[in-house]
Design a protein around this ligand. Structure first.
Ligand SMILES: [Zn+2]
Length: 184
C-alpha cells in the first residue's frame, strides 16, 4: 500500500467528487488533545480514508484509523501499551447549518462533520476517533503489576523509619534557635 502525504485539511467536496482516497500516517505528537491522555506521544497513527457520496447524494467519508499508544497504568503508574482502532462513516456537511439540515432530514443515526469554508479538518476528525476509542482506565493485563511498586515503597520505609525525617528537622530547628539566641 502506498503512503500518501497527509493534508491536515482537505476541500471535501472535491475529494468526494473524484472518489479520492488517502492512506497515510501522522506522528502522535501532532495530536495534542489525544497526547494529554497518554504516557508519552511516541508513535504514529495510521489511517485509510475514502471519500464518496451516499445514495442521497450527501458527501461521505469512510475510514479506519489505528495507533499503538502508551498510557499510564492505574495500578503501577508505569507505561502500558494500548491499541486504539476505529472504523467510521461520516457524512460531510458544508457548514453547521447544513449539518442541522442533514440531521433533521435523516435523523441522528448519521454522524455528521462540518466543513469550515469548504475545508474539512481531517486532523481533528482522526483525533476525535482515537480519543473516543481510549479506554476509561488503562492497566496492565497482569493484576500483580503493582507488586514492584509496593516492594519499592516497603524498602524505602525500611530505609527511613517513620518520623525520623521529622525529628531530624526538629533538631535542626532547635540548633538554629540556639544560634539565634547566642546572637541576640
Ligand atoms: Zn501496571
Amino acid at each position: 500500500m502506498s503512503i500518501d502525504p497527509f493534508p491536515e485539511r482537505v476541500v471535501a467536496r472535491k475529494m468526494c467528487q473524484r472518489n479520492g482516497t488517502i492512506n497515510s500516517s501522522i506522528p502522535l505528537g501532532k495530536l495534542q488533545r489525544l497526547s494529554e491522555y497518554l504516557h508519552d506521544n511516541h508513535g504514529q497513527a495510521e489511517f485509510c480514508l475514502s471519500f464518496d457520496s451516499d445514495e442521497n447524494g450527501i458527501d461521505r467519508l469512510s475510514g479506519t484509523v489505528h495507533a499503538t499508544v502508551k498510557m499510564q497504568c492505574q495500578r503501577c503508574l508505569e507505561a502500558v501499551t494500548v491499541e486504539l482502532a476505529s472504523e467510521f462513516i461520516l457524512r460531510i456537511a458544508e457548514d453547521e447549518a447544513n449539518a442541522r439540515e442533514i440531521a433533521e432530514q435523516f435523523g441522528t443515526e448519521l454522524e455528521v462533520v462540518s466543513c469550515i469554508e469548504d475545508q474539512l479538518d481531517l486532523l481533528a476528525v482522526l483525533e476525535d476517533e482515537l480519543i473516543m476509542d481510549l479506554p476509561i482506565v488503562a492497566s496492565h493485563d497482569d493484576d500483580n503489576c503493582s507488586d514492584r511498586l509496593n516492594q519499592l515503597k516497603q524498602s524505602a520505609e525500611k530505609a527511613v523509619p517513620k518520623g525520623q525525617g521529622n525529628i531530624q528537622g526538629l533538631e535542626q530547628l532547635a540548633a538554629l534557635k540556639e544560634e539565634l539566641k547566642k546572637k541576640t
